[in-house]
Design a binder for this molecule. Structure first.
Ligand code: THU
Length: 137
């Protein structure tokens, strides 16, 4: 899979920023936006949606992925993911989101804010030796 052009990266980050404006984060006050680029070029975005029962919170990444599955079906493949937050602090996808990204984008590039600004990584790097359907036989 070829790496994204600078324009593709920027437009994915812009889509993530736009989605973060719709975040529902009255408990953490930490607004997150994510956007995913599919193999077919389509982009889907999501934001975090919290709940008074805190554990029911959905992260921005999973919101974007679930929206994409609902719209185009589970055969979709994620080529890249971008994650941003309104505080511009370092924030990589949580463990649960890494596992869900791996499900639909085992080769995906992941762009997120690291300690030195936006950085690129891969699911393999962020979730080494992860659980896959291979284990199910
Ligand atoms: N959150 C995300 O949406 N994505 C991340 O990558 C990290 C955390 C959300 C979950 C919760 O609503 C808030 O950020 C604080 O944890």
């Amino acid at each position: 899979m070829t790496t994204l052009t600078t324009e593709q990266q920027e437009s994915l980050i812009t889509a993530a920023r736009r989605a973060s404006q719709n975040a529902y984060a009255p408990y953490s006050h930490f607004r997150v936006g994510a956007a995913i680029l599919l193999d077919n070029g389509q982009v889907f975005a999501g934001c975090n949606v919290e709940n008074v029962s805190y554990g029911l919170t959905n992260c921005a990444e999973r919101s974007a992925i679930f929206a994409a599955v609902a719209a185009v079906g589970a055969a979709m493949k994620i080529r890249a993911v971008a994650v941003v937050n309104d505080r511009n602090v370092a924030c990589s996808p949580c463990g649960a989101c890494r596992q869900v990204i791996a499900e639909f984008g085992p080769q995906a590039d992941i762009f997120y804010l690291g300690p030195n600004g936006m950085q690129r990584s891969t699911v393999r790097e962020l979730l080494p030796d992860c659980f896959t359907s291979d284990s199910l036989g």
